[in-house]
Design a protein around this ligand. Structure first.
Ligand code: PEP
Ligand code: MG
Length: 885
């Protein structure tokens, strides 16, 4: 297999592996693609992701094949540029960048200006005719290389630079002269020697391999691991490495560098959007060190900013850039996120990729691109990440509520966020773990802050533009973000901050409006979202395209109503035990549990019957005409018992029984392994009167709703935790008997089904038998995962994260179905069930019913529906449509 692919210059770009992101990474594949359609791409080469995986697996060792392929590929760059690597008279310089399959903003390493040393810097000064530029580039290279490859503290170099500036009374880097930079290089080199005990590497080949190794290694850095876990990126993908001839945005005032989007990534508006900096290198824009300027005249005027936009300052290069934007959108048929450099008036493309966007922008672009004829409805449906819809389903700030606006920054990522101020990522994580909502406030964010950004409701930064790390990552995560709010100043020592004229401290509450860039004191009230406009249009398309039905897991009329607004087509799981916990009835429930005999239990159940009937009636009114799966009591009885002394005392009052007696009885019910204990249908087998009461409540409620409104739901009575055919046979007979009794009493009849959950491996194995007794199966994949893996769903949080980091499970199996393992049981049970009963209804009601990857699997095995919690219903509708495409 080829380990290296060249691009640009005279390189061929016709090997399909080169355009395959899994092989050459997103950046490498797109560079090749851009070069092949004739766009100006500096020549370079890509080392495949396969090589990085091999390198990491084989303990940081390069293969001989790689060494010789890299040497040859370097010759390609030399030939295309007409300069030689390490040539003291006219040196070729390269950049070395990572490029995983999907972009991981700021997560992995980059080295620029590689190939500079004490000799080549003189050559660069001569050929560029710009000594200052040459020495500035060299010091940048030493700085970056020392940080990324040698692992030295970058603070050391920044400090040295600050001292030079202070000594000379300089404010900006641009004030330093060639001699200043030359002196600083000497100092930087001394620093390196002092820190690592050997001089800065002068051999350019050594530099190159050092940088390649650093990029490979960065795949396994801590921050990359956290990012992978948060974004479900498998550990075994590895990263490609791109080595590319340098072009310089820092060659004076006719040079620039920038980041741009072909449409606005926050709102989806169709307008070029971006930032650039004159006389700067790419990292300056992204790192938020200098405040970048607007790309277009329009944007500058709207913002009321002074410094000229690129459209005004560099009309020719801007014109060329606009032409490239249009070519790229037409080619990729999607919004592109671009990095470019202008070197002495000439535009160069350094990167293009499909741009990260907010959910709102994703919807707007998908719908508008259909209107523009760029894509069709199917593609629009495929485009939108179902999980991103979550951002739109949550409350927004009440437009009528008063706002105490302390300052306004850049509207970097829309949405409302309110919470307590925290000043660092670790605190954000700790406070949010203890249940606080927090807003992470930083001068600027770096990849080390990623866990805190994830834990926070929103992010506020004092520095950085719309394409700063904070902005890009926040948009990708769906976190509201206000960036570049320069009125915010943070004092880390006292853990206080000033916003405008207000003094605040960590823990004080603020609210962010990410769409307006506003920062408000206190908590601003919110309103529920409206699911109309682009959202409605896209969901209609999705509904036309999907085969599977989408139901909801709900047990209150409010949840049912909300789920129906979100498009639920029935209830897939109503956990009746949730009704037992209600304050008004827990006492009757406890009396039932503590009863010494059946008569005592029946007495308590008589109190519960009208309550349950009322619950079901309220739900059925909302769900009239739709199928409703009602599960009979599932958890072990002791879960309902009192825990604290005061609860025991209350119960003693209510029952007239002594506290000691109650505690003894509770002790008798104690189980070592309640999840595998007296629960589910085992309760129905041992205490049939409980299931009788529930069945009666259900049928009486259906009959009542039928009588009242003329339209009943279709109750599907579900028996949990069945392992054997006989269990279901006994309990189905019980339900049918109660149904007949109620129909007789009511003089009415309704349709209903009796079925079971498949949530034990034995049930999956015996599905062919069990299907004789049940009209439907609902896969309870929470318990099925727990019992198949032998991993406790309630205890796994403590050890699953490292399991995912180490690639033992690609994702948390309680979140995303273990398709390889548990999936086999689901598929087998579906097949065996259908073999016995061809029209058996099949669905899923475990948490996985709201997870897109699991939903895709459900489509594959031909389930009839998935069921998800109300907020996940739209996600499931879209994911089901994508699965059907
Ligand atoms: C399941 O086990 O998947 C399920 C839906 O039931 P519960 O989560 O209530 O155990
Ligand atoms: Mg279960």
């Amino acid at each position: 297999q080829q380990t290296v692919y060249t691009f640009g210059g005279a390189a061929p770009h016709d090997d399909p592996r080169q355009r395959d992101k899994t092989i050459t990474g997103g950046k490498g594949a797109n560079l090749a693609e851009m070069a092949s359609i004739g766009l100006p791409v500096p020549p370079g080469f890509t080392i495949t992701t396969e090589e990085s995986v091999r390198y990491l697996r084989e303990g940081a060792d390069f293969s001989d094949a790689l060494r010789s392929d890299v040497a040859n590929a370097l010759k390609h760059i030399e030939a295309a540029v007409g300069k030689n690597f390490g040539d003291a008279a006219d040196p070729l310089l390269v950049s070395v960048r990572s490029g995983a399959r999907v972009s991981m903003p700021g997560m992995m390493d980059t080295v620029l200006n590689l190939g500079l040393n004490d000799a080549t810097v003189e050559g660069l000064a001569n050929t560029s005719g710009d000594e200052r530029f040459a020495w500035d580039s060299y010091r940048r290279f030493i700085q970056m290389y020392s940080d990324v490859v040698l692992g030295l503290d970058h603070g050391l170099f920044e400090e040295a630079l600050e001292i030079v500036k202070e000594d000379n009374g300089f404010y900006a880097d641009t004030e330093l002269s060639a001699d200043d930079w030359r002196a600083l290089v000497t100092e930087f080199k001394a620093l390196v020697e002092q820190e690592q005990g050997k001089p800065f590497p002068q051999d350019v080949t050594e530099q190159l391999w050092g940088a390649i190794a650093a990029v490979f290694d960065s795949w396994d850095s801590d921050r990359a691991k956290v990012y992978r876990r948060l974004n479900d990126i498998p550990a075994d993908w590895g990263t490609a490495v791109n080595v590319q001839a340098m072009v310089f945005g820092n060659m004076g005032d006719t040079s620039a560098t920038g980041v741009a989007f072909t449409r606005d990534p926050a709102t989806g508006n169709r307008a070029y959007y971006g930032e650039y900096l004159i006389n700067a290198q790419g990292e300056d824009v992204v790192a938020g060190i200098r405040t970048p300027q607007y790309l277009t005249k329009d944007a500058r005027e709207t913002a009321g900013a002074k410094p000229l936009s690129m459209e005004e300052a560099m009309p020719d290069a801007y014109g060329e850039l606009a032409r490239v934007f249009d070519l790229l959108e037409a080619h990729y048929k999607d919004m592109q996120d671009i990095e470019f450099t202008v070197e002495r008036g000439k535009l160069w493309m350094l990167q293009t990729r499909s741009g990260k966007r907010t959910a709102k922008a994703a919807l707007k672009m998908a719908v508008e691109m259909v209107g523009e004829g760029l894509i069709d409805e199917q593609e629009a449906v495929r485009r939108v990440d179902p999980m991103a819809l979550d951002q739109l389903l949550h409350p927004t700030l009440d437009p009528d509520a008063p706002r105490d606006v302390m300052t306004t920054g850049l509207p970097a990522s829309p949405g409302a966020a309110a919470g307590k101020i925290v000043l660092d990522a670790d605190t954000a994580e700790q406070w949010s773990q203890r249940g606080d909502k927090v807003i992470l406030v930083r001068v600027e964010t770096s990849p080390e802050d990623i866990h805190g950004m994830h834990a926070a409701q929103g992010i506020l930064t004092a520095r950085g533009g719309m394409t700063s790390h904070a902005a890009v990552v926040a948009r990708g995560m769906g976190r509201p973000c206000v960036s570049g709010a320069s009125a915010v100043s943070i004092d880390r020592d006292t853990r206080t901050l000033r916003i405008g004229d207000k003094e605040l401290k960590e823990g004080d509450e603020i609210t962010l409006d990410g769409a307006k860039g506003q920062v408000m004191l206190g908590i601003v009230p919110t309103v529920e979202p409206e699911l109309v406009g682009d959202f409605g249009i896209l969901m209609d398309w999705a509904d036309k395209l999907r085969r599977m039905r989408v139901r909801t897991n709900a047990e209150t009329p409010d949840d049912c109503r909300m789920a129906r607004q979100f498009g639920a087509e029935g209830i897939g799981l109503c956990r009746t035990e949730h009704m037992f916990f209600d304050a008004g009835r827990i006492s009757a429930v406890r009396q039932m549990i503590l009863a010494e005999d059946e008569a005592g239990r029946r007495k308590a159940l008589e109190v519960l019957l009208p309550e349950q009937r009322a619950d079901f009636t309220a739900i059925f009114e909302v769900m009239a005409g739709l199928p409703c799966t009602i599960r009979l009591l599932d958890p072990p009885l002791h879960e309902f018992l009192p825990h604290s002394d005061s609860e025991f005392a209350d119960l003693a009052d209510a029952t007239g029984l002594g506290v000691d007696h109650l505690k003894r009885r509770a002790g008798e019910l104690h189980e070592f392994n309640p999840m595998l204990g007296h629960r589910g249908c085992r309760l129905g087998i041992t205490f049939p009167e409980i299931y009788e009461m529930q069945a009666r409540a259900i049928f009486e409620a259906v009959c009542a709703v039928q009588k009242e409104s003329g339209e009943a739901p279709l109750p599907e009575i579900m028996i949990p935790l069945v392992a054997t055919r006989r269990e279901l046979e006994i309990l189905r007979a019980l339900v049918e008997r109660v149904a007949e009794e109620v129909f007789e009493e009511q003089g009415a009849r309704v349709d209903y089904l009796v079925g079971t959950m498949i949530e034990l491996p034995r049930a999956a194995l015996m599905a062919g038998e069990i299907a004789h007794e049940g009209a439907f199966f609902s896969f309870g994949t929470n318990d099925l995962t727990q019992t198949t893996l032998g991993v406790s769903r309630d205890d796994s949080a403590r050890f699953l994260a490292p399991y995912v980091d180490k690639g033992i499970f690609p994702r948390d199996p309680f979140v995303s179905l273990d398709i390889d393992g548990v999936g086999q049981l689901v598929e087998m049970a579906a097949d065996r069930g259908r073999a016995t009963r061809p029209d058996i209804k099949l669905g899923i009601c475990g948490e996985h019913g709201g997870d897109p990857a699991s939903i895709s699997f459900c489509e594959e095995v031909g389930l009839d529906y998935v069921s998800a919690s109300p907020y996940r219903v739209p996600i499931a509708r879209l994911a089901a449509a994508q699965a059907a495409l």
